[in-house]
Ligand binder design. Structure first.
Ligand SMILES: Cc1cc2nc3c(=O)[nH]c(=O)nc-3n(C[C@H](O)[C@H](O)[C@H](O)COP(=O)(O)O)c2cc1C
Length: 474
């Protein structure tokens, strides 16, 4: 056993790494960088309603980095316009992608997005919220498959699937399910040849394990989730198609976190929260001011407004805001009451006057009007089922609170809903006292550079320490 003094002794070798110098481009999978034509195995993930904006995606693309545009909650015309602008700015060779969100309730929406993406030749999607592979996603993946001169199948459309559970990841590690593929072909969504080749590719090129992130989250720790998914991927060896790369999102806001992800076996990393607090993010200055002051513990878990009924959870900014407490209270009421009329009078008044600043009747009238155009059957359902009606009225608050934050309206600041995870606070702490403390000095590509260059340095330092110690005992 070495004596205590020896345990603390400095490394005795001059350079235990023999002059090895790690660069940011050495981190992660070289195939990931090659296939996406990017400098670093680093991705800026989608953020709904164009928070990951045209400016954000273009800025990343011009820096040779990949960002996904946030299509969630946007009308097809706006997505179409974003595709046009991004394609014009980046041309055919620079990287960019779009979010494809699962829509179990309204599969038509997914189909519409896929129609748009295919018509416009968008070659990369970040598929999220899928619990199983849908016909629209299969159509996107299989469209454009062809046989290369060497006989190998060439993929036209790349899918990065973001999942928070290993059992959901499973569906993306294999080719599309045959019954779904057959149905898509029978409906004329793909040709017979594409369908045949479809059996020889996996559903995704890349799977991202989403740990404790901003926005929707199952709150699994990155250190537990990532090795599990890497192992699951390794078990899928032998299935048809190229091996799937596994990356990670959730909690990444510092060079140390990036370095840890690569040590744990990540092929690439994805950030979200930190990009919302940059010049390019499509949200208000008021929201960015709040985000820039957040510490690691300044987040809270709330019900996810779009999936209130099934109890899905999301992570949001807490500091200085009433939204998290109000959102949780609404969910509690939703669970315990059968209708708006069942809520006790005091609580009902409090909600209408303080939270909503509007009556239930007014909100129902507005909601009705929205569904009249979007999905009239929903109105019938809600008018027959008072609990459903209560859910729709409460959901209005979740949409409203996001709009308040994105527009930066000063009068209801405490009701801002700002999706955000602990990564934000970790970055703020790193940048405290530097010019980039102010979000006006933060740019998405610059953060990517900072995290990846920093991660290479962190790894270099740690490796040197470990190798020095190991060498010292030989
Ligand atoms: C404001 C915000 C909005 C988001 N919206 C979406 C979205 O619409 N679609 C999606 O796939 N992921 C969305 N995400 C998740 C991010 O793409 C990313 O996976 C996640 O933020 C990574 O975790 P982090 O926040 O800890 O960095 C959102 C995240 C934030 C912070």
């Amino acid at each position: 056993m070495p004596a205590d003094a020896d345990l603390l002794a400095p490394p005795r070798l001059a350079d235990p790494l023999g002059g090895l110098l790690l660069r940011p481009e050495d981190l992660g999978s070289p195939e990931f960088r090659r296939d996406h034509r990017i400098r670093y195995a680093y991705v800026a993930g989608s953020m709904y309603k164009g928070v990951s904006s045209v400016e954000l995606v273009v800025r990343m693309g011009r820096a040779g980095l990949l960002g996904y545009f946030g299509t969630g909650g946007l009308r097809p015309e706006r997505v179409d316009a974003a595709i046009g602008t991004i394609q014009q700015a980046l041309g055919p060779d620079r990287p960019y992608g779009f979010n494809l969100l699962a829509s179990m309730d309204q599969p038509r929406r997914e189909e519409q997005t896929v129609d748009l993406l295919l018509a416009r030749g968008v070659r990369r999607v970040e598929a999220a919220a899928f619990v199983q592979v849908s016909p629209a996603l299969v159509r996107y993946r299989v469209s454009g498959l062809r046989r290369g001169p060497d006989g190998a199948v060439r993929v036209a459309n790349r899918v990065l699937a973001k999942v928070s559970r290993a059992d959901v990841a499973e569906a993306f590690l294999r080719p599309p399910p045959e019954p779904v593929l057959d149905a898509v072909r029978a409906a004329g969504g793909v040709t017979a040849e594409e369908a045949e080749l479809g059996l020889r590719v996996r559903m995704a090129d890349d799977v991202c394990a989403e740990a404790d992130s901003g926005g929707h989250t199952d709150q699994r720790p990155l250190v537990a989730l990532l090795p599990d998914m890497v192992r699951q991927r390794d078990r899928a060896v032998g299935l048809p198609g190229a091996p799937v790369r596994v990356g990670v999102a959730g909690g990444i806001g510092t060079p140390e976190a990036v370095a840890a992800a690569f040590v744990l076996g990540a092929d690439f990393v994805v950030t979200g929260s930190i990009n919302q607090c940059t010049v390019e993010a499509g949200t208000s200055a008021a929201a960015k001011d709040m985000l820039q002051r957040a510490a690691v513990h300044d987040t809270a878990i709330v019900p996810a407004g779009d999936m209130l009924e099934i109890g899905a959870r999301a992570q949001v900014l807490k500091r200085g805001l009433f939204f998290p407490a109000r959102a949780n209270k609404l969910y509690d009421i939703y669970r315990h009451c059968g209708s708006l009329e069942e809520i006790d009078q005091h609580t009902a008044e409090q909600i209408q006057q303080r939270y909503f600043r509007r009556s239930f009747d007014d909100i129902w009238a507005e909601t009705r009007e929205y569904y009249q155009a979007a999905d009239p059957a929903e109105i019938d359902r809600a008018e027959r089922d008072p609990k459903r009606k209560m859910a729709l009225v409460f959901k209005w608050y979740f949409v409203h609170s996001t709009r308040l934050a994105m527009s930066g309206r000063p009068e209801q600041r405490v009701d801002y809903q700002i999706a955000c995870g602990p990564a934000m606070g970790a970055l703020n702490s790193l940048l405290a006292g530097t010019p980039r403390q102010d979000w006006r000095q933060r740019h998405v590509d610059d953060l990517a550079e900072l995290l990846m260059t920093g991660a290479a340095e962190v790894l270099q330092r740690r490796l040197r320490e470990v190798a020095g110690r190991a060498g010292a005992w030989r």
